[in-house]
Each structure stands twice: as C-alpha cells, then as structure tokens.
Design a protein around this ligand. Structure first.
Ligand code: ADP
Ligand code: ZN
Ligand code: ZN
Length: 724
C-alpha cells in the first residue's frame, strides 16, 4: 500500500492523503474518485507521499482512478501550484477550477479522438467516371483521397459541405476512417506582404530562442493581427502549438472564422465560457492531445494543457477582463507570462495602449518592445480628434451642436456614426427638482437607473426593480426629472432630431444574447444602421469600414474617479473606440465632449501619443507610490452585519501589524461600492515596493486570516487587484 496526495475542491490549503492498493494503476495528474466525509468526490492525484500526518487507521482507500482521459501533464501541475502559491488560494480549488466542468463531474468523459479518412478497397476500385457529375464535392473528396488520407479539417477546407458529402461516401462504403497520420505541412493563406515594421516584429520573435516576452505596441489598424498570423504560421511549421488569448468572448467567433480562413486545414479550437460543457471538454482534450494546433480563448484557456506549446499571444493585453474577479483571482496575462517562462517559449503581448505594468517592463528592458507606428492599409490615417468644451457650449440632452452637425454630415454622405458612452456613472437616475432627492437602491449604495421603456427604476448592482413613483417620496413634488445620460435617452433624442436615421443601440442589455449581437454586427456591416449608440462593447476590435465619426459623451467621470486606474482605462478605451473610425479609404473623426478639453489625457489623445501619456502617468504613479511601482494585495470582506465586517478587518489589520514586515498596511475603509444587495462591504489594502516582500508577508498573513472567526461574513484576498 502506498499513499497518494489528492487535490480536492475544498477551501483548505492542504492536499488529502489516500491509500492506493498495489493492484491499482495510477499516475500523477490523473483524476480520481475518493471518499470525503460521507460523499464521494472528484480530485486530482498530485503527488506520492512518503508518509502521512494522519494515523494509518484514518487514511481511507482511494475509490477509483478515472482513466478516460490522459493525466494532466507535470507542467500543468507545476503551473497550478504556482498559481495557488502566488494568489494564496487553496491548491485543490485552484486545480479543480482549471478543469472544464465535464472533467470535474463524477462521470467519465468520452473523448472522440479525431480520425483521418482514406479510400476503402471499394473506393480505390471505384471508377469515378461512373458517378454523376453534379456530385461535385464528393468527386472532389474522392480525388483528394487518392493522393493521401486526410483529416476532418483538411476535408472541410475542400468545401463547407464536405461533412455531408463525406457521410454519403462512407455510407456507400468508398471511404473509411483510419488512424490519424501525423502532418508536417499546412496550408497558409498569405494575404498581405508584411510592412517593414511588421516584418521586423515577426523576425524578432521568431529569432528568439527559449523564453522571451515581447510587447507589441501597435497603433489601431497597424496590423497586429497580421503579425500574429505570421507568427502562428512560423510556429506551425515548427510543429508547435499556439495559444492566443483574447479578452472578449463576443469577439471569439469572429476571430475563429478569421484564423480558420488563414489556416484552412489546421485544427483550431476555441475555449471560452460560452461553449456548451461537452464542446468545451472536447476542445480542451484536443489541445491536451496535441491535435489542436491553434487554441483561441478567453482568460480561462490559459490553463489548457498544451504538450507542444511553442508560442503564446495575448491580444489587447491591457484589457481588464484578463483578470478574474472571483474565486481564483488570477490575471491570465500574468499567468501566461509565467507559463511561457516555465516552458521556455516566447510570448507576445499586443496592444495599442499597453497596460502601464507592461509598458514599464518594456521601458526597463524586462520585455522587448516592438513597435508598429503606421496603419497597415496605406491611405488610412489616424482619425482627427477634436475636443468640445461643454462648459462653453449649450447641450441638447447631452449632445453639443458641433457633434449633431457632424452626425448630420455623415447621414448625408451615407456614412456611419458611433456615439460612445463611458458606462460608469452615466446612467440616468431620477431626481426631484424641488428637494434634490435621487432615486437610490434601498439594498445598495448605488442609484436606481431609469428605464424608460417600462417606466421602471432598476438597480444595476442587485437587480432590485420598482415602478417610477408618481411623486417625490421625500417632499411630494411631482416634478421628477431624469439626470445623467443613458443609451435609451440618447436614442430618443437622436431619433427626434434625425427622424429618418436608423439608430442601433448596442449595450449589455441588447447583446446579452449571442445571436442578437451577431445579428447586430451583420446589420452594421451591411450598412443597415446609420447611428450606433454604445458602451465599451462597441469599442473592441470590430472593423466597420463605413464608420467615420465617433462621438464621445461625458468621459469626465474617469478624470476624478477614486479608481487610480480610471484615466489609464479611459485613454485605452477612447483610443480603441477612436480606432473604429476611418479604417478603410475614408478619414475618420473623433469628437470628445468634455469640461476639461485641455486635460493632458485629451492632449495626448489628440496627438495620438500613447508614449507621452504613459510617461505622464508613470511619473504620477512613481510620486504616489502606486502600481507598477508598488505591488498590492486587497483584503475585502462583506456581510449583512456591518460590525462583523469591521471587526474582521480590524483583526486582520492587527495580525498584519504583528507580522513585522516592511509592507505598508493601510486603514480599513469602505469599498468603492460600500453596500451591495444588503451586504456591507469594506476592505484593507497592503502594499510593498517589492513583489517578493509582499509575497513573504502574505505567506505569513494568509494562514492567520484563515484562523480568524469569519462567521456570517465572506472575505477574499485579491493579489494585484484591478478593482477596489
Ligand atoms: P490592429 O489589430 O493592429 O488594429 P488589424 O490587424 O485589424 O490591426 O489590421 C488592420 C487592417 O489592415 C486589416 O484590414 C488588415 O487586413 C490590414 N492589413 C494588415 N497588415 C497588412 C499588410 N501588411 N498589408 C496590407 N494590409 C494589411
Ligand atoms: Zn422632493
Ligand atoms: Zn441594489
């Protein structure tokens, strides 16, 4: 009998010991079933143990080894241990949260190893001249199979209807499945000759031997995607797998189609939370088996086993959605960098507006900086950015006359305009003009947002909903007015000003459904909309060639936000949204309405000068001792009972002081959203100018936190927090 240590999905930082009988075949990294309490649960065999702290009589035997899929490879287990250590999150929960749901279930999964297709004896003997000419695709397949057996992906590259044609051929007994043949070549649709800058970027990365982190800073439209494509091509030629991380789940289907069109016979899978459990597990297993050569996914895909990993690409590396906001609060970008280093491969972080963390690392020489300074398509230049001083201009429901005139000009020229709202804080709320009462949520510290369509007030934090009151609840005055601008109100205003215009509102509500969003995108592409109104959803990565005007309404909130990253995010957002304008042969224009038109942010935006803006911000951050010059951990707690929250955090603070570390320990303060769904929320920030000092401190502090009484409260520790 030997003892094996198993990771389980329980909030304890230990592994669990089980006996393994001689007869049991088991490998480290396999999924196992073990008795836990009165239940049987799924775990991952992490390591063999020499001995156990438990008395022999208390160690239970392992119930079953699941050998339906291959074990997790050693490098994955190492990665999971690193994440558990770095994010101070239980190893078992870390390990299990990295698995797709199907692989966490107690039932075995069936992995369909993809097969190749070859002519059968009957197929070889067949005289194709006897087949009717109209069976074009079948004839094409038979023809191709005469040369060599082909994979499913290769067959699909012959024709979109290949699967149906193949079915017919198999039913006729002419084609049969066979063991897959290893492939060493692939088709590459080389669309463009690279620009000199693109060439230099591609060459720098492909010349790298072993680990190297590259920051690809390319202005919008400079052809970063083309650089990724060429790097993928190179890596496929070297028989490696490529992992491409993208921020937004809404973008993956588009990108998937795009990369398929460039590599038509290469096995490509996507991984994101929008896939059905079964499909996600199959895609994951295809990556693990090495069959999938390109893996395209959102942050969770950074935990995919990739035996032949050759390159990692992180597109829009600055995007906040790479950071998970609950459970294991990892940054997929940072984990990807660790992974590249661990596997000795290159990683490319791409962005038009890199995060200050990455930019700082590129400046200090830790990352290698690659620049694309020109737009790839020749006549396309960067849009002209104009700032309108709203303190000097009358506004019509939030819209200035120059902006309205610019929209009108686009309507006449049959071009598209986009009105962009920075979501935070600019939803319409109801106000009493007599006493100043504002519609507030009784469960949260937030305001209720006015929804015109059904005349309701809704809380966007907890979902609370109520009817618009007929009079002010405080003073009884009936003169209740909306303040702030919402997408619905803008739509109404624009519609009454431009009755003929076709207006499309794209916000979280209207795009929750994947089908709706795809339909909207098609509408925009087909020129069936004249004015688009949207939040950040519309800013990201879409290419709408007929869009020539972007209007930015009320971006000022970010300039005096309590979130120190707000202005960094705003610049990134406005650059990205501005990048939507004038991409093809038409010049674009961006009109920003602000009360601070001379703010350095807008100056840099007008000059398309990310570098000087980054320099300004980095100077501010140095002075203030903020990231990237400091490393932070945020302890947050919430409860219905405010006293319990404060007591817990003050105790935690006391423990922190006892550690005797050089870290700075801040005071206990309310969270940015101090109350949500009846839960009071507060937090405690600790920080250090050295990552290592912070980590050493956390290693002592976290176990102390685990021993504090935390009844009736929820708490979490966020390392390198992005939200406060
Ligand atoms: P980015 O991701 O940097 O914003 P894209 O990769 O979307 O830019 O490229 C912008 C446009 O330029 C796309 O339409 C792309 O097809 C085109 N493009 C990219 N590289 C080249 C090139 N070398 N020659 C011609 N067109 C190119
Ligand atoms: Zn009132
Ligand atoms: Zn609420």
């Amino acid at each position: 009998m030997s003892i094996i240590r198993v990771a389980l999905d329980v909030p304890l930082s230990t592994l669990f010991d089980y006996f393994v009988s001689e007869a049991m075949q088991i490998e480290i990294g396999q999924r196992v079933l073990v008795p836990f309490g009165r239940k049987q649960v799924l775990g991952i065999a992490m390591e063999w143990a020499e001995s156990s702290d438990l008395a022999a009589g208390r160690i239970k035997p392992l119930a079953q080894v699941l050998d339906d899929v291959p074990p997790l490879p050693q490098d994955m287990l190492t990665l999971l241990r690193f994440c558990s250590d770095y994010y101070h999150f239980p190893l078992g929960m870390t390990a299990l949260s990295a698995l797709p749901a199907r692989l966490r279930a107690l039932e075995p999964v069936k992995f369909k190893q993809a097969l190749d297709y070859a002519l059968s004896a009957a197929g070889k003997a067949l005289d194709v001249a006897t087949l009717p000419k109209r069976r074009v695709v079948q004839l094409r397949i038979l023809q191709a199979l005469r040369e060599a057996p082909l994979s499913g992906a290769q067959l699909r590259s012959l024709s979109p209807s290949a699967p149906a044609a193949l079915k017919g051929l198999m039913e006729a007994g002419w084609v049969e499945a066979c063991a897959p043949v290893p492939r060493i070549t692939h088709t590459f649709n080389d669309a463009h000759a690279l620009t000199a800058e693109q060439r230099r970027a591609v060459d720098a990365v492909t010349a790298q031997n072993g680990y190297g982190c590259f920051l690809l800073h390319g202005i919008t439209g400079s052809g970063k995607t083309e650089v990724y494509v060429h790097l993928m091509h190179e890596m496929l030629q070297r028989q490696g797998q490529v992992l491409l991380l993208v921020p937004e789940i809404n973008l993956t289907p588009q990108l998937e189609n795009y990369f398929r069109s460039r590599f038509p016979d290469v096995d490509l899978v996507s991984l994101h939370s929008g896939l059905a459990d079964g499909e996600r597990a199959q895609n994951w297993l295809k990556a693990q088996s090495g069959e999938a050569r390109i893996v395209l996914g959102t942050r969770l895909s950074v935990f995919t086993p990739l035996p032949k990993l050759g390159l990692i690409l992180v597109d829009e590396e600055h995007d906040p959605s790479f950071k998970q906001q609950d459970g294991l609060r990892y940054s997929a970008r940072d984990v990807a960098i660790f992974r590249a280093n661990q596997r000795g491969v290159s990683i490319v972080l791409g962005s038009a507006t890199p995060s200050l963390e990455s930019w700082h690392n590129a400046q200090s020489g830790r990352y290698c900086l690659l620049k694309l300074t020109q737009r790839a398509v020749q006549p396309a230049t960067l849009p002209v950015v104009r700032c309108m001083d709203v303190t000097k201009l009358p506004l019509q429901e939030g819209l200035s006359e120059p902006l309205l005139t610019a929209i009108e000009a686009r309507l006449q020229r049959k071009e598209q305009s986009l009105i962009f709202i920075n979501r935070r804080g600019y939803s319409p709320v109801l106000m009493c003009s007599a006493c100043g009462w504002l519609s507030e949520c009784k469960h949260c510290a937030g305001k209720l947002v006015l929804h015109m369509k059904d005349r309701s007030l809704r809380c966007h934090h907890c979902g609370h909903q109520q009817r618009v009151p007929p009079a002010c609840p405080t003073c009884g005055d009936v003169d209740l007015k909306p303040v702030g601008i919402g997408t619905q109100r803008l739509e109404e205003t624009l519609q009454s000003r431009f009755p003929e215009a076709r207006i499309l509102r794209v916000d979280r509500d209207s795009t929750r459904n994947k089908g709706t969003w795809n339909a909207m995108r098609k509408q925009i592409h087909d020129g069936e909309a004249d004015i688009l109104i949207g939040t950040q959803m519309l800013a990201k990565g879409h290419d709408f060639p007929n869009l020539t005007l972007v209007g930015v309404i009320s971006p000022d909130g970010a300039l005096y936000s309590s979130d120190f990253r707000a202005s960094e995010k705003l610049f990134a957002q406005l650059t990205q949204v501005g990048g939507r304008a004038g991409r093809a042969d038409k010049a674009g224009e961006v009109i920003v309405q602000s009360a601070f038109p001379n703010h350095p942010l807008f100056q840099a935006l007008r000059a398309h000068d990310y570098e000087s803006w980054a320099k300004t911000l980095l100077a501010e951050r140095t002075l203030a001792g903020l990231p990237p010059f400091a490393f932070q951990a945020l302890l947050s707690a919430e409860s219905k009972d405010e006293q319990l929250v404060l007591k817990f955090l003050h105790q935690a603070r006391h423990c922190a002081e006892q550690v005797g570390s050089e870290v700075e320990i801040y005071g206990v303060v309310p969270a940015a959203m101090p109350k949500r769904a009846n839960h009071h929320r507060a937090q405690l920030l600790v920080q250090s100018d050295a990552r290592k000092t912070l980590q050493l401190f956390l290693r002592i502090w976290k176990p102390e936190l685990d021993t504090l009484s935390s009844q009736k409260i929820r708490w979490s520790l966020d390392i390198d927090p992005m939200e406060y």
